[in-house]
Structure formats: C-alpha cells, structure tokens
Design a protein around this ligand. Structure first.
Ligand code: NI
Length: 156
C-alpha cells in the first residue's frame, strides 16, 4: 500500500486542467492503485489525480459498492436535480450545500483502456460530477450555495 499526499485548497495543481491519458502504463497503474489506497485511508468516496498532484484525467470513486476507476471520463447525459451536502478531501473539515444532477451517464475508459458507459444516481451521480470537475480544475466550493460550513458545526 502506497499513500500519496493529498493536495489541499490553495495548491495551484487543483486549479489546472488535466491531460487525457493516451495509453495505460505501469506508472499509471501504480498511480491508480495509490489513489485507491489514499482514498480509502482518508475515508473519502472519491479522489481525482490532481488531488495527489498529477495532472492526468483519472479519478477513483467508491460510494460503498466497490471501486470504480475513471480514465478520460466525460459526462454525456444528466437528468433531474439533487441538493445536498458535499465535501472534498482537498478542503478538509468543510462542507457545502451543492445542487447536482440526480442522474448522470458517463463515458469513460476502464483500467484496461476499454470504453464503457457508467450510470449513477444520487450519491454516485454526485461523486461522478465532483470528481470529473476536479479534472477541469474545478472545486465544489464554486457551487456551494451559501458558502462553506465547518463539519464541526454540523455535530452541535
Ligand atoms: Ni474533491
């Protein structure tokens, strides 16, 4: 298991547009494995490559149904709306209220570089939108309706 340092808000790498992955390499496989380890260690439901300082269009998600690896993902369809709490491992201790589509369809490559289509609803749809936005250098905070709240406040 290899953990990578999670970059936090204020780090420029989180604001940059990532490059497409042209082919699978050992280096990229190791990156994906490290991203999964890092996400699970931090108890997150998703992690995008720029969050570990790598400007490649790769993200991992696990909303409780097992790991999903996205390579060069693209949202091709959305439907409905959901409004709820959203947080990010790069913005520790905070959350915001964000409206996202309730359903998304994503075209992506698998770890074997095979094209596939993934559909998600509710939390999975939210995670897909959130992680894909990271690949364009966007954080959820831009979408937070009434700013950021401390996770602590929620518990009071
Ligand atoms: Ni995030």
């Amino acid at each position: 298991m290899a953990l990578r340092k999670i970059r936090e808000i204020g780090d420029e790498v989180l604001t940059k547009r990532c490059k497409e992955v042209p082919k699978m390499s050992l280096r990229t496989k190791l990156l994906i494995n490290d991203m999964l380890d890092t996400m699970y260690q931090a108890a997150g439901v998703g992690l995008a490559a720029p969050q570990v300082g790598v400007l490649k269009r790769i993200a991992v998600i696990d909303v409780g149904d097992g790991p999903i690896v996205l390579i060069n993902p693209e949202i091709i369809e959305t439907d409905g709306e959901q409004t709820g709490e959203e947080g990010c491992l790069s913005v520790p201790g905070k959350y915001g209220i964000v409206t996202r589509p309730n359903y998304v369809k994503v075209k992506t490559l698998t770890e074997d570089m095979e094209e596939t289509v993934i559909e998600g609803e509710e939390l999975f749809a939210r995670a897909l939108c959130h992680e894909i936005a990271h690949l364009d250098g966007k954080l959820y905070i831009e979408l937070a309706q009434d700013g950021l709240h401390d996770v602590e406040d929620e518990k009071e």
